[in-house]
Design a protein around this ligand. Structure first.
Ligand SMILES: [Zn+2]
Length: 438
């Protein structure tokens, strides 16, 4: 259990309040009482005095945002707790500024039943920090054939379904999954990869894979599944979501589908926004990820689409692995990047470069993912809302140091790099679950 108690009242004074749900970008106070947003406004907190019952925090120079939500993480419990577990994963999430995270079901065993979903939710509640909103599997054992009992999964707390790590390859299965999920308003998140086209692939297929002599993962393998699924989403009316979009072709398809009013959405990871396959020229296994890092044209298309809202949100695809699985030959290395604690520091550069406005950056991490989660009271600082709040210092200079990471793993190409900007306080339901320096 976390030791922090609920302070009856927290006053964040004079911060830059960025709340995309209200189009708010102004200097203001945020008052949190009994776990909820009491009010937001210039000098709203002026009347309070610090004391046992009231904590006053000088937020001058800081950004005060609705709590960040990560729609795509791997916390490895049950089954691979040596890489990460729910507790370490939620601590990493809190340290990274996230007030809610959505773990994917590719655990061991697969999260394809009510019992496993309930166990994960209970474990998180016992920890008492960042909220855990799990995805259940689309198919039993993620084998791509038989659908899970989605009603049970939803009743146990699942917010969506996905076979992430694997693609639902069979079109008939995907159609029935969408029809079934629609009944329960569950989000269907697809890992878009035609596995026949990526057999044995180690990296993006292009000039660099040829140069390195590694088998390639062509964009077409992603685009084909996105195109097929959009047709099925239109047919079924399901809420369809593209996980970790990486190719410029997939962006084009989503843009076209949205222009016709389809209920589709997409997320992009920090690493696909920051790196290209050039990072693999040194055979850096920390950059081996699925879908793979692609080319400059893809990176630019992803940035543009995130800025204009074609891509709804940023999700880390936090995929912890130990040294054993990464300090080895490239072809033997596991895929994935540890992302929760480096996401904000890594991506604030996009704001400084003018790729994203501060408000859009915050929206892609809060209001946008919140909209995709059924009945979720988050992503907003409106008065009366549950007080999930992320406070960050956009100017803090720091080094992503292995020793300081809360995650059990540290497989990220940002390790050891100097970053600018970081979360300094994470508040969940009015409780401080992370504070820098404590
Ligand atoms: Zn995936």
């Amino acid at each position: 259990m976390l030791s922090q108690q609920i302070a009856p009242l927290i006053v964040l004074r004079g911060g830059r309040v960025l709340d995309p749900s209200q189009g708010l970008d102004e200097t203001a106070d945020v008052v949190i009482e009994a776990g909820r947003i009491k009010n937001v406004g210039r000098d709203a907190g002026a009347a309070y005095e610090a004391g046992e019952e009231v904590r006053i925090i000088d937020a001058a120079g800081l950004w005060v945002c609705p709590g960040f939500i990560d729609l795509h993480v791997h916390l490895r419990e049950p089954g691979q707790e040596y890489k990460e577990d729910i507790r370490s994963g939620l601590e990493a999430a809190a340290a990274g500024g996230f007030t809610a995270v959505c773990p994917m079901p590719n655990t061991q065993p697969t999260n394809d039943t009510r019992a496993i979903t309930e166990m994960m939710v209970a474990r998180a509640l016992e920890h008492g920090g960042t909220r855990l909103l799990p995805f259940g599997a689309v198919t039993k054992g993620q084998r791509g054939a038989e659908l899970t009992e989605m009603a049970d999964l939803r009743d146990a707390g699942a917010i969506g379904v996905s076979d992430d790590g694997l693609c639902v390859m069979n079109a008939a299965v995907m159609r029935h999954a969408m029809e079934y999920a629609r009944t329960f308003d569950l989000l269907v998140s697809q890992h878009c990869e035609d596995h026949d086209l990526t057999a044995g692939a180690q990296m993006h297929e292009g000039a660099r894979s040829t140069q390195l002599g590694l088998r390639g993962w062509p964009r077409a393998a992603e685009d084909i599944i996105v195109a097929r699924d959009l047709i099925l989403a239109e047919m079924t009316g399901a809420r369809y979501h593209v996980a970790h979009i990486s190719s410029l072709g997939a962006v084009r398809l989503i843009r076209e589908a949205k222009s016709r009013g389809l209920r589709v959405s997409a997320e992009v990871t920090p690493h696909h926004l920051l790196f290209t396959d050039e990072a693999l020229l040194s055979y850096d296994t920390y950059c081996k990820v699925n879908p793979p890092l692609r080319e400059q044209a893809d990176l630019e298309a992803l940035r543009e689409a995130l800025a204009d809202g074609t891509i709804d949100c940023i999700a880390t695809d936090h995929a912890p692995h130990t040294d054993l699985e990464k300090d080895c030959e490239f072809e033997a290395a596991s895929v994935g990047i540890d992302g929760l604690e480096s996401a904000i520091g890594g991506m604030l550069g996009l704001v400084r470069e003018g790729v994203l406005t501060p408000l859009r950056f915050v929206e892609a991490l809060s209001a946008a993912p919140a909209r995709l989660i059924p009945d979720f009271e988050g992503g907003s600082l409106r008065e009366g809302r549950r007080a999930d709040v992320t406070v960050l210092d956009p100017a803090a200079q720091w080094i992503l140091d292995e020793e300081a990471l809360r995650s059990k793993s540290h497989n990220t190409p940002l390790l050891g790099r100097e970053l600018t900007g970081r979360p300094v306080m994470t508040v969940v339901g009015g409780r401080v679950v992370h504070e820098l320096g404590t």
